[in-house]
Ligand binder design. Structure first.
Ligand SMILES: *[C@@H]1O[C@H](CO)[C@@H](O)[C@H](O)[C@H]1NC(C)=O
Ligand SMILES: *[C@@H]1O[C@H](CO)[C@@H](O)[C@H](O)[C@H]1NC(C)=O
Ligand SMILES: *[C@@H]1O[C@H](CO)[C@@H](O)[C@H](O)[C@H]1NC(C)=O
Ligand SMILES: *[C@@H]1O[C@H](CO)[C@@H](O)[C@H](O)[C@H]1NC(C)=O
Ligand SMILES: *[C@@H]1O[C@H](CO)[C@@H](O)[C@H](O)[C@H]1NC(C)=O
Ligand SMILES: *[C@@H]1O[C@H](CO)[C@@H](O)[C@H](O)[C@H]1NC(C)=O
Ligand SMILES: *[C@@H]1O[C@H](CO)[C@@H](O)[C@H](O)[C@H]1NC(C)=O
Ligand SMILES: *[C@@H]1O[C@H](CO)[C@@H](O)[C@H](O)[C@H]1NC(C)=O
Ligand SMILES: *[C@@H]1O[C@H](CO)[C@@H](O)[C@H](O)[C@H]1NC(C)=O
Ligand SMILES: *[C@@H]1O[C@H](CO)[C@@H](O)[C@H](O)[C@H]1NC(C)=O
Length: 370
């Protein structure tokens, strides 16, 4: 009994300690140097759209997570986790120390570094209504780190999918391990590792789904109501949603791609390789990522490959998937050059270059990308 009472008093004391910072910080969107965000406290973006706090789906593993602040459940509204693959058991705080390090502290003196600062810096971190958590130098306003550069499984407007050509940093989504385990799962969604002109879902690093080639500054996935902007220049190549409206895109633990209007890509069933862009699982063994297609426009003599007779509406994406799904396929092309419909594939490369200009067409050859 006495023991129980002591435990209760200890519990109440802990609760009081936790409530202290909570009541003073709950209206805040900013954490300054030396301040701590402890468990049961939170930062809210100015208009209250997003909240950051310690979250746990099993009351054992704790993550610093940002979630879309609705009354709906946290699992489906979590948009970012800071320490996926690194859950903490005895979480202490999220804090910026005197050197400007943004870190999660736990178990006494242990910490997980999110941003490594420099001595004598004076920084603060703010949760914006875009869902971005941004660390900046107070004096200059210079941005030093942002959560948008380390995507979780959700793409919010303003976030990028692509590559920074200068630093080599890649932005891509990573699926969770299961519905309620934020640790890295089997799928990633982003730019093709060896190309800059298509989006892919990779399963353990192998192509699982492809968007097909992108050839414009605006690009809409089949089944999606929204268009990506596509930007490619000497500094970076990326897809993103313009920073407007309430669009979000997410990849779940089964590799299904959703947006707020519904399912965009679902390659989960055995027959789904027939779906646009899905690559059959059983053929992953014969396709490695260095095998990508090169687009060649020219005149070809012997152009008799294997023509699919499934109507003339087969898109180029569908055709690429057809080729990837056939282990002996080394090239593919649309049968109708004008509107890029129909599908023809080859198990030996289509013949030598012709001098007949009327035989000109675009063929996609399997080869090492450059
Ligand atoms: C950081 O800058 C703020 C505002 O300029 C100032 O009030 C604070 O004392 C500074 N903190 C440190 C640790 O230099
Ligand atoms: C992820 O891959 C592992 C290893 O192949 C497998 O055991 C597991 O079932 C997969 N998980 C999902 C959700 O597909
Ligand atoms: C890609 O776009 C350019 C410019 O709009 C056009 O000339 C070219 O034919 C397009 N290629 C394909 C394969 O659609
Ligand atoms: C690329 O980066 C350089 C240096 O930051 C900048 O001057 C240039 O304008 C950038 N180019 C584009 C297309 O944004
Ligand atoms: C994906 O497709 C499978 C097989 O057709 C289906 O059972 C499943 O419900 C689909 N998933 C979603 C999220 O629509
Ligand atoms: C990309 O292509 C290069 C050159 O062919 C190859 O060395 C590399 O392994 C490929 N990357 C992946 C992820 O397959
Ligand atoms: C592609 O990569 C595989 C290993 O992933 C390697 O065995 C093969 O030789 C590579 N092919 C080419 C054309 O580089
Ligand atoms: C093929 O496309 C045309 C034009 O978009 C459409 O009218 C027709 O119904 C489509 N056929 C099939 C089988 O989808
Ligand atoms: C594409 O072009 C071919 C050949 O001109 C035609 O038969 C077919 O109906 C066209 N398909 C669509 C969807 O426009
Ligand atoms: C694979 O493609 C070849 C032509 O490249 C074709 O003869 C063969 O029937 C295809 N196999 C399947 C299973 O579609």
């Amino acid at each position: 009994m006495a023991n129980k009472t002591r435990k209760l008093i200890l519990g109440l004391l802990c609760l009081l300690i936790y409530l202290g910072p909570s009541s003073s910080q709950s209206q805040h969107d900013t954490l300054v140097q030396g301040e701590e965000l402890v468990i049961y406290t939170e930062l809210n973006s100015v208009e209250g759209r997003f909240r950051i706090e310690f979250i746990s789906f099993d009351a054992i593993n704790y993550y610093v997570g940002i979630w879309y602040n609705t009354n709906a459940d946290r699992v489906s509204n979590t948009v970012w986790v800071a320490n996926h693959d690194n859950p903490v058991f005895h979480a202490r705080s999220l804090t910026i120390d005197h050197n400007g390090n943004l870190k999660i502290t736990y178990d006494g003196d242990l910490s997980i570094l999110l941003y490594s600062g420099h001595e004598a810096s004076n920084v603060s971190v703010v949760l914006l209504d875009t869902g971005n958590f941004v660390l900046s130098e107070i004096s200059s306003g210079r941005q030093l780190w942002q959560s948008f550069d380390y995507p979780s499984h959700v793409l919010l407007p303003g976030m990028k999918l692509g590559v920074d050509r200068k630093t080599g940093q890649r932005w891509f989504l990573t699926s969770w391990r299961s519905q309620e385990v934020p640790d890295s799962g089997n799928f990633t969604f982003g730019l093709h590792p060896n190309r800059t002109d298509q989006l892919v879902i990779l399963l353990h690093g192998v192509i699982y789904w492809t968007s097909g080639y992108v050839n414009s500054s605006s690009f809409r996935l089949t089944n999606s109501h929204y268009s990506f902007d596509y930007t490619s220049n000497e500094n970076e190549t990326y897809f993103n949603y313009p920073a407007v409206a309430d669009i979000y895109l997410s990849i779940n633990y089964l590799g299904v791609l959703f947006d707020d209007k519904g399912v965009i890509v679902n390659c989960t069933s055995a027959s789904s390789y027939l779906n646009e862009g899905c690559v059959a699982k059983e053929n992953h063994q014969c396709r490695s990522l260095n095998e990508t297609f090169s687009r060649v426009f020219g005149s070809w003599d012997d152009i008799d490959g294997f023509k699919f007779n499934e109507g003339d509406n087969l898109t180029l994406t569908y055709c690429e998937a057809k080729c990837l799904n056939n282990c002996s396929c080394v090239a593919y092309a649309s049968t109708n050059e004008e509107n890029q419909t129909g599908c023809e594939i080859w198990s030996t490369g289509p013949g030598i270059a012709s001098t007949d200009a009327s035989m000109r067409r675009t063929i996609y050859f399997l080869g090492k990308s450059n």
